[in-house]
Design a protein around this ligand. Sequence first.
Ligand code: SF4
Length: 489
Amino acid sequence: MTINIKRIEAVTREGRLGSITGYTGTIKDLVKKAKTGCLKNKERCFSQATNCSSGCAQGYLARIMDSAIVNHGAKGCSADVIGENTNFLWGQNIRDLEKRNVNVINTNMTEETTVFGGLKKLRDAIWEAYRRFSPKAIFITTSCASAIIGDDVKSVADEIEAQINIPVVPVFCEGFRSKIWASGFDAAFHALLTRIVKPPKEKHPEIINMLTFNGSGRDYVAEILSNFGLVPKFGIPFSTIEDISKMSESAATMSICGTLGSYFGNGLEQKYGVPYIRSLQPHGIAGMDNWLRELGKVVGKVEEIEEYIKQEKEKIAPELEEIKEKLKGKTAVVGMGPSFSHNYIRVLGELGIKVIWGASWHFDQEYDHGSIPESTIELSEKEYDTPISVCDQQNFEILNLLNKLKPDLYLSRHPGTTVWPTKMGIPSVMVADEFSAFGYRGIIDLGYRIIDALANNNLALSLSKRVKLPYTSWWFQQDTFKFLEDEVK
Ligand code: SF4
């Protein structure tokens, strides 16, 4: 097992899962190399800005309803809070909750702090978070500065925890630890697994943990599971500390995303025997089929689930055929996180669109249960060998690629990479909501969204005539992977 719950911090994805951020080739080659242990990372001798794992950790934990975050770093390390707060307000809105901002305090480390130490600032901030928010738990997210000067965050956390009698939990997510920002999710989940989740007092065979990013599709998930006498327990965002503490009592854990769910799902299984459902993501038809079938095996509902799958597929079949007819012959480039990228390549195929390139922001050579990601394996078994690359959202590569391939559509999940293809005049769809294409109804909705984007591309075309791109014509003439160096250990 790759998860060591005796450690104070999660091992990074590079260290645990052999994850890489540099590769170009095809899906079959990627899997062959991963299977044989021959896949090595390729470094870039030039790279642009990318994300930081601290943002993933605190963005995820900040949306627990009754906790607080103390970010021990320079104030710039909390810049992500603007986005986290927007997500939090949006999530409260769709749940009809009274709105408030996230409970985050930054210790404002300065040059002087890095010379003389930041423990006083940290102490003051924890007490301020306790006074201001009356939380049920406080998470301290670390930063490059606090880690480099070696501030003993754990000692301060333990000292104050003994006085206020709530968990005060360090989350080791400083950006320089990992090139893969999803390591921040693991840091957050490690804190929850080791300090918040409690041993089960009783078991609830009807409750299924459902890990999400924002959870917009809660009603649809609840409706699906109700057919089998099951009830979802959504998390981690918008849960309470008590909700999370009881996740060890559920019958199984499912995730909307393989990248997100691997650590916590496998950790709950390892520590408390709660089975983690290992499957394709529940996007599109094959994804939902597989997700439900794997759940059925664990909860003993195989026949009911087969019947449900049959009925639901029959309901959407005529509409899906109409959509496929409209999208026939279209081509797409996909740029997303690894799990979403390899799942959405399959989903676009189900809509009749040929994916001529799939970029993913990193690639995990295995998940914490020891297998190559299920979606990657599934894709590699198809006849068509999809060209792919791995880059940590390096827009200079993506734009160069799009300029050469000229697809009908660019499908992405992050605004920072969708805006530039739009400015190039390429119809672009951003799948911000993780429940886009969720299941049998979701694929129909995504199909119409793509049809709309292709039917009216006037905004992108207007922008392309007026916006000067940040790259010169020289760069567009170069090999897309010019700055990707040879494989390194
Ligand atoms: S990379 Fe380091 S300095 Fe930059 S935001 Fe992340 S933690 Fe802060």
